[in-house]
Design a binder for this molecule. Structure first.
Ligand SMILES: CC1=C(CCC(=O)O)c2cc3nc(cc4[nH]c(cc5[nH]c(cc1n2)c(C)c5CCC(=O)O)c(CCC(=O)O)c4C)C(CCC(=O)O)=C3C
Ligand SMILES: [Fe+2]
Length: 379
């Protein structure tokens, strides 16, 4: 296999015109000493109360101060490299994060120094919202501004959201089936995603409410593939609420919802973390620890369905999306595969999509991005 971190631009590469790929993720601490600095990175300027931060620090320390997310991304990176190489691409693939080492700015700088000028980004966030879309785009934008001031000119594009892609939904269908096989007949399917402030939901996407619309569409589409006699319906619930208590966030909380289902006489639940692509801290703490404990207290049979990220169809789907976007950039007419009723998400986010309600920051990969002037001669 060619060196995955340095390869020249090649017009015959299936990823042309791109000359680098960046897997962009959230990041997480690797050891106990990283926990507080990581949490400060995540919450800087976000108005999160100190008590919430200390509570979340304990979740991480409960798991040895190490988030599972980085190793999951290392594994995904290796699978993307292998699959792209098998597809005949020699374009280097890197991994960078918003909130922890390896940081996105450092990875883009290294990509530039290895010769890259057009980078295609794929994130580990499947749905639109400020947190899942523009915030990643702002960090890319900030990185490009920093690099431009250093004389490094780069262009980045981002693959469309993939909650509606078969590479994401196929594994979820199998996970729901496996979960239902592990609980009593007539159990309820409880899809779970990250809660966000109501104000973020109201403004998600170009016209608002795109976060819940995308989730409900994905859940409904997955359920069309599930035997209707094997369950007693489905709902969408939320986990990981943060922010001050005075601020409304999306509800119901998954724990409250399990209590309500138990009171209704539901014989069991399959909790499906459809909002997350891998078993990171929200899944292993908020669902496998907290929600599982709630179910145990209620005596409610409980199964937690797998996330999509470890399934081979997931990395195959991301590679299809990378190749699709490259083909579209070359002007080819390619079919944009999308399940459900909403149609494929934007390749380039429209102006004002998923706004930052706190401050205006330049965000890459959108129609409102203005490339910074590049200083010096290194371009
Ligand atoms: C929509 C969404 C996703 C899914 C999309 C995506 O994947 O990006 C997501 C993912 C993740 N969130 C993560 C961790 C955290 N999120 C926090 C805080 C927040 N998340 C929010 C939303 C989301 N978050 C919001 C609205 C806040 C409040 C602060 C703000 O308005 O910005 C905080 C601070 C403490 C707290 O407030 O809970 C932490 C530590 C990790 C890493 C896990 C690990 O280490 O394994 C991952 C993958
Ligand atoms: Fe989060």
């Amino acid at each position: 296999m060619p060196d995955p971190t340095s390869a020249p631009a090649d017009p015959s590469d299936p990823l042309a015109p791109y000359d680098a790929v960046l897997l962009l993720s959230f990041g997480g601490p690797e050891q106990p000493d990283d926990v507080m600095p990581f949490l400060e990175n995540v919450t800087r300027g976000r108005g999160i109360p100190r008590e919430r931060l200390e509570g979340v620090a304990e979740h991480y320390l409960h798991f040895g101060g190490r988030s599972p997310i980085n190793d999951q991304n290392r594994d995904l990176l290796a699978r993307l490299r292998a699959r792209l190489a098998a597809a005949g691409s020699t374009v280097p693939v890197r991994w960078g994060n918003r909130n922890w080492d390896p940081y996105v700015t450092d990875e883009l700088r290294a990509a530039h120094d290895a010769g890259a000028r057009r980078v295609l980004v794929v994130t580990t966030s499947a749905y639109p919202s400020y947190s899942g879309c523009r915030q990643y785009r702002e960090d890319l934008g900030g990185a490009l501004v920093t690099l431009a001031a250093e004389g490094r000119a780069l262009r980045v594009d981002k693959v469309r959201h993939y909650y509606d892609h078969p590479g994401f939904q196929g594994p979820v269908v199998d996970a729901v089936r496996a979960g239902l096989a592990a609980v009593p007949a007539g159990s309820r399917v409880v899809f779970v995603t990250h809660s966000i402030p109501d104000a973020m939901e109201d403004s998600a996407g170009p016209d608002g409410h795109a976060y819940t619309a995308a989730h409900l569409d994905a859940c409904g589409t997955v359920m069309t593939d599930i035997d209707a006699t094997s369950h007693s319906g489905w709902d969408l619930a939320y986990c990981s609420r943060s922010g001050p208590p005075s601020q409304p966030w999306l509800e119901p909380d998954v724990n409250d919802h399990l209590r309500a289902l138990h009171a209704d006489g539901v014989p069991g639940v399959v909790v499906v973390p459809i909002g997350f692509v891998s078993d990171h801290m929200e899944v292993v703490f908020d669902l496998d620890t907290e929600a599982a404990e709630t179910a145990r207290e209620l005596g409610l049979p409980f199964a937690r369905a797998a996330t999509a990220g470890e399934d081979a169809r997931f990395d195959a789907g991301l590679v299809d999306l990378l190749l699709e976007r490259a083909a579209r950039e070359r002007g080819e007419d390619v079919d944009r595969v999308a399940l459900g009723r909403l149609g494929p998400w934007h390749d380039v986010c429209p102006v004002g999509c998923c706004p930052n309600l706190r401050s205006e920051k330049p965000a890459a990969c959108g129609a409102d991005w203005v490339a910074p002037e590049v200083d010096g001669a290194r371009r």
